[in-house]
Design a protein around this ligand. Structure first.
Ligand code: ZN
Length: 749
């Protein structure tokens, strides 16, 4: 006893015991460092203290590691020291607080007062009285581990008790429960998060989603989202980024716009003189923009703007440069946001006489043949395999076909290459540019959003702008409320359109504010008198899910058996289009394309609230007018779909999922031509299922569980198909995406 008490009679020795109780075992030098003792001059003194502790059997050293640790006796004594310290603090009435800036400070009531005034504008007198009450209660409960967060919880509870709910909203903390973080880390790889960065970003997502709903949007909009009447896409990035961007490559290629205007890390380019240089400048633009948008970015007129750089090069040289571009796009530029490359097969009128950079006398129209060559060679690269035999996921190719294309030799060969690529990888998108409603130059993005050039003349409509955001309306919810009454149905639809419009108006202001905050550095850079990203010209998409389910509930009739359901469907979409035209300056556009899977959440909410019958209802139809799981002949689908695509000016997509054995490229090509020539379809694609084997590199047709060539199965096989409009490997599918990918109807051509 005496030796223990004398061991404790020195502050340094007490510190050593506390240190070992917190930090496990530590070496001689580690302890000295933490005590801020000088390694040489203090070594003698320190050694003496250490020996005293060893002699009294409070600490011992591990022979293997040479580190010191607490004996059982030492552990008891260390907690005794803590107890004494607490008792002293209590006697002095002092509480120690662990703050959010990772320090330990004495409790200070004034800080509560300051926070109440600064964060919630609470009147000073009220703030004083709340802080006093909080202090009194905290003292009474004698918390052992007092943190700033805990004090905040106390204060919030007091605010609630006093009926001061609004103040509490401003003071609350956003974030995740400890349990959620733990389970996210443990389950990450099962739900498709394969990197530490993705897991890390989930915490940020939850904070910014909560912030959006609590602080940015009015209660009516937040509640409409939470109750499932609407769905806010990209809630995680809603207040930080626009959804997508359609670039203009000319400012970058002329060396007038630095992709990273903060100039911090990314190198700035002079006006490139070679194809390679031009492609590097574009990569730089893509890389920087990846972090500025939530969904996708597009490179319109890609082959036309590049054509002046490839003159005089051989096919192999051009292909080599394009192949490097595709590799770098998928690695260095990052794939988190997909990139759309739009390939033109004819010279758009507005570019024909437009000058090429600052070069005297050169016009883009002079490079028509060259632009077709680049398109064809890029299609060849994209149709090939990477080093281990897999397809390239980026860029998404949008081949724009004009009438002239189908009769010109080079144009036809582009179409053939794209059909070969479709037969092999299924990835390219086909755009029918010559439908009257497509306007002079339509621009689709990888998110499948669509902008037309009728807006303020051709360039302002599609270049250096994009879609701000997409709000999805739950149509079945409207039908349940209308109880078969057409007027009520359209009235309720209009209410939700109003709410969506309001949300999109707020979004526009939010993005303007972020540009002012210099959070979107490239986008606010001035190009010919306006910011690079033209917020005023950007569009708001109002999309929907569950059209066939809503109409079937409303009419009680099968959508294919009777003309009435189809007419109601048209009425719904028409009234959305009319509503959007009432306020032309807002550039609102209806669409059935969502930017993230929304139907699953909305269906579940309708089922749990008793509105929808769980036995009857699969997830509502998304990305289509007709149910996608139901077997309906291709011809019939085309007939119905073509009545709607022209009205859904914000985005549409006709996806022809091929059944196995899938058709030859020639058959695909004939089908594509038939659609171009006869159908009113703006955007379509052929989706092919295939499975890649990591064991032997074999690509087999269909979605397979076993490799047909080697014994590999399970995780060694990666399945590919289009989910919600985009190709994705199975390792990245969420549960909903897996269901979407495997249950959809497939067609024989
Ligand atoms: Zn294999």
């Amino acid at each position: 006893m005496e030796s223990i008490l004398s061991a404790l009679s020195n502050e340094i020795r007490a510190e050593i015991l506390k240190m070992l109780s917190m930090g496990g075992s530590l070496s001689f030098t580690e302890i000295m460092e933490r005590l801020n003792m000088a390694p040489k001059s203090d070594a003698g003194k320190f050694g003496y203290h250490l020996r005293t502790l060893i002699d009294s059997e409070l600490i011992a050293s591990d022979e293997a590691t040479g580190k010191y640790y607490l004996t059982l006796l030492g552990q008891d004594v260390a907690s005794f020291i803590y107890g004494v310290e607490d008792a002293i603090r209590r006697k002095k009435g002092e509480m120690q607080v662990r703050t959010s800036s990772l320090t330990i400070e004495p409790f200070d009531r004034k800080k509560i007062v300051q926070a109440l005034i600064r964060e919630a504008n609470v009147p000073r007198k009220l703030a004083e009285s709340i802080s006093k009450e909080a202090e009194e209660r905290l003292r009474k409960v004698q918390v052992k581990y007092l943190t700033a967060a805990l004090i905040r919880e106390f204060v919030n509870a007091i605010l609630l008790e006093k009926g001061l709910e609004e103040y509490r909203h401003s003071l609350t903390r956003l974030g995740q429960p400890v349990y959620d973080v733990t389970s996210t880390i443990q389950n990450a790889s099962y739900v498709g998060y394969y990197s530490p960065a993705e897991v890390h970003s989930l915490a940020g997502d939850s904070v910014y989603e909560e912030y959006l709903l609590l602080k940015v949007l009015p209660r009516t909009i937040a509640d409409a989202h939470l109750s499932g009447a609407i769905h806010l896409n990209n809630a995680n990035y809603w207040i930080l980024r626009p959804a997508d961007v359609q670039h203009d490559l000319r400012p970058v290629l002329s060396g007038k716009l630095a992709a990273d205007p903060n100039g911090s890390i990314a190198p700035s380019h002079h006006a490139p003189k070679t194809l390679k240089g031009a492609l590097y400048a574009i990569l730089n633009l893509v890389k920087v923009s990846t972090e500025l948008v939530s969904n996708s970015q597009a490179l319109p007129f890609f082959n036309i703007f590049l054509a002046p750089y490839s003159s005089g090069m051989s096919d192999d040289e051009v292909k080599g440069a394009l192949r490097d571009f595709v590799y770098l796009l998928n690695t260095i530029a990052g794939c988190s946001v997909p990139v759309a490359v739009q390939l033109e097969t004819d010279m758009p009128a507005f570019l024909s006489d437009a000058p090429v950079g600052d070069t005297e006398g050169l016009k883009y129209g002079d490079f028509h043949d060259e632009s077709l060559r680049i398109a064809r060679l890029l299609l060849e690269v994209m149709g090939s395999k990477d080093g281990s035999g897999k397809p390239f996921m980026n860029p998404a190719i949008f081949l724009k076909i004009r009438k002239k294309t189908l009769v010109a030799e080079e144009g036809c060969s582009c179409l053939e290459k794209a059909c070969e690529m479709a037969g092999k990888w299924g990835t390219p998108y086909f755009v029918n540019q010559d439908l009257s409603w497509q306007t002079e130059n339509v621009a689709y993005n990888a998110s499948l959003s669509r902008l037309d050039s009728a807006w303020k003349g051709s360039e302002l409509g599609t270049l250096r702008t994009g879609v701000l955001e997409n709000i999805t309306i739950n149509l079945p919810r409207i039908a349940y409320a209308a109880k078969g009454n057409d007027d009520l149905l359209l009235e309720r639809l209009r209410e939700l359109m109003e709410i969506s419009k309001e949300a999109l108006t707020i979004k526009r202001q939010v993005i303007r504010d972020r540009m002012k905050d210099r959070l979107l550095p490239l986008f606010q850079e001035e190009v010919s008198g306006s910011p690079y990203y033209r917020v005023d010209d950007s569009a708001g998409v109002i999309s929907f899910v569950g059209l066939p389910e809503a109409v079937q509930f409303h009419t009680g009739l099968d959508i294919l058996d009777d003309p009435l359901p189809l007419n109601i469907s048209k009425k719904i979409v028409e009234s959305m289009l009319e509503y959007s035209k009432e306020m032309p300056q807002l550039r609102l556009m209806p669409s059935y394309v969502t930017f993230e899977p929304a139907a699953h959440r909305l269906t579940s909410l309708d089922i749990s609230s008793g509105l929808a019958n769980a036995k009857v209802i699969a997830p509502y139809t998304e990305h289509s007018v007709l149910p996608l799981t139901r077997p309906i002949p291709l011809k019939k689908r085309l007939q119905v779909e073509e009545q709607f695509q022209s009205m859904m000016v914000g985005g549409h997509f006709f996806n022809i999922r091929l059944d196995e054995p899938s058709p030859t490229p020639e058959i695909i090509c004939n089908q594509a031509r038939r659609i171009f020539e006869t159908a009113n379809i703006g955007l379509f694609s052929f989706t092919k299922d295939y499975t890649y084997c990591w064991g032997c590199g074999e690509v087999s047709a269909g979605l397979n569980e076993k490799c047909p060539r080697c014994p590999c199965s399970g995780d060694r096989l990666v399945k590919y198909t289009r989910v919600y409009g985009r190709y994705k490997p199975s390792r990245k599918w969420s549960n909903q995406e897996r269901e979407f990918a495997t249950t959809m109807q497939r067609f024989m051509l």
